[in-house]
Design a protein around this ligand. Structure first.
Ligand SMILES: [Zn+2]
Length: 138
């Protein structure tokens, strides 16, 4: 096991994710546009989308954070007696639609960092796959 494959501390991974950088090395950006991702890190080669369906996990982050914020804001406005029921409904519905679009990249980056903590890239299967790909190229 090389030093490069050592697990990273949770806080460092989260910090890199919040800056939308590769959680493994922190050098290269995960995204090249608002919704388009790079396939792999330009700094260390970590694949950002490890397999089909891998990035669906980011929906948990996006939904969980959005729902938590809506609940907190609702009760804060309700008990603070801010706005009418209809105004609160319109405001929080708009927030519930717009916030996840803005947070999309952060949710994916947080998901990738969370995954990097529990299953650092490359795992044994990915190493075998990369060796097999290198073998067929020769
Ligand atoms: Zn990297």
């Amino acid at each position: 096991m090389t030093e490069d494959s050592e697990p990273r501390p949770f806080g460092l991974l989260q910090w890199r994710a919040l800056r939308l950088k590769c959680p493994k090395c922190g050098k290269a950006p995960i995204f090249r546009g608002w919704f388009s991702m790079n396939d792999a890190c330009a700094g260390c080669g970590r694949r950002f989308n490890r397999e089909a369906g891998y990035l669906l996990g980011s929906i948990y982050f996006n939904y969980g954070i959005t729902a938590s914020l809506v609940v907190i804001m609702y009760f804060a406005m309700f008990f603070g007696n801010v706005l009418t029921d209809t105004q609160r409904l319109i405001l929080l519905t708009s927030f519930g639609v717009l916030f996840p679009m803005w947070f999309f990249r952060y949710a994916r980056a947080l998901w990738i960092a969370f995954d990097e903590l529990w299953d650092p890239w490359p795992n044994e299967e990915e190493v075998r796959r990369m060796q097999a790909e290198r073998g067929t190229q020769r």
